[in-house]
Every structure is written in structure tokens, then in C-alpha cells.
Write a protein that binds this ligand. Structure first.
Ligand code: ADP
Length: 153
């Protein structure tokens, strides 16, 4: 059975931290689905089409990665795609507390599902999409936090 992992997130916008986690996780899995959550009650700075286009561009040369958007429960999405692993990045203790909760509840809903956590590389541990959005709102330059070749327009 192939090892399929789902890397769910908002990617609003995508960062070097996201890119790094997916690349580092590649040797562990046969296939990684980068799953862009689209929640009708949440408002995003960037439309889904843009978030999807950037991720497709970043991983274009990697046949083991596919970018898909979804609006269901993550466990439902995993079942649909025969994925037994959820991949998440951990930057801090705060991330751990939040993520461990979600992982425990996901496992209660789908006991065959394992959440795999990867520690962020130190150089990316301060990067978060929320702060990038804040910098952008004030007209700042975020290029050092964003994967190279990506234009946030
Ligand atoms: P969500 O809205 O689900 O938190 P994000 O797009 O913010 O979505 O994050 C998606 C995943 O990427 C999460 O597992 C998050 O911990 C991870 N992540 C976010 N920023 C970084 C970073 N700088 N380094 C490593 N992982 C990160």
C-alpha cells in the first residue's frame, strides 16, 4: 500500500517554511497531497486560485506532489484520497499545543490516521503567514519569507 500523506493548510500566503516541510518530508512518503483548505466562514487575503497557482508553481517539477483544494473535514479528505498520514510542521510549543489537540481529535474520528510532525528548520521557525499578511497590509517587503520565484500579486 503506498504511503500517501496530506499536508493541509491555508497557505495564505505560502512561505519558505511550508516549502521546506514538504521537501524534507518527500523521502518519507510515496506521495504528498498539498491540500488547500477553503473554509467558507474564514476570510482569506488571497483567493484560492492564487494560493493554488503558487503551490503548483513551487512543486511543478516534483511528480510525487499534487496540489488539491478541499472544503470538507480533513479526515474526510484523507479517506477520499486513501491517505493514512497527515503532515504538519511544528515551529514552537504553541504550535505543539494546538496541533496535538487537532491530531488527537482527528485520530478519534479516524483511528487509522497518523499525524506526522516535522520540526521547522530554525531559520524558518519565525515565519508565519499571519505576520506576512500584516507586513503586506503596511506595504512592507516580504520577499525573504516567500519561496523564490513567487510573486504575491
Ligand atoms: P493552518 O491555517 O492550517 O495553520 P498554515 O498555512 O498556516 O495553515 O500552515 C500549514 C502547515 O504548515 C501547518 O502544519 C503549519 O504548522 C505549517 N507551517 C506554517 N508555517 C511554517 C513554518 N514557518 N515552518 C514550518 N512549518 C510551517
Amino acid at each position: 500500500m503506498s504511503r500517501i500523506a496530506v499536508f493541509p493548510g491555508s497557505f495564505d500566503p505560502v512561505t519558505k517554511g511550508h516549502e521546506s516541510i514538504v521537501h524534507r518530508a518527500l523521502p518519507l512518503f510515496d506521495f504528498i497531497i498539498v491540500a488547500i483548505g477553503s473554509n467558507s466562514t474564514k476570510s482569506y487575503m488571497f483567493p484560492l486560485e492564487k494560493r493554488k497557482k503558487w503551490l503548483e508553481q513551487i512543486f511543478a517539477s516534483e511528480p510525487k506532489i499534487k496540489v488539491v483544494d478541499y472544503s470538507s473535514l480533513t479526515v474526510e479528505f484523507c479517506r477520499k484520497h486513501n491517505a493514512r498520514y497527515i503532515l504538519r510542521g511544528l515551529r514552537s510549543v504553541t504550535d505543539f499545543e494546538y496541533e496535538s489537540n487537532i491530531a488527537q481529535m482527528n485520530r478519534m474520528m479516524e483511528p487509522t490516521l497518523e499525524t506526522i510532525f516535522m520540526l521547522t528548520l530554525p531559520e524558518f521557525s519565525g515565519i508565519r503567514s499571519t505576520i506576512i499578511r500584516e507586513i503586506l497590509r503596511h506595504g512592507g517587503d516580504v520577499s525573504q519569507f516567500i519561496p523564490s520565484g513567487i510573486e504575491l500579486k
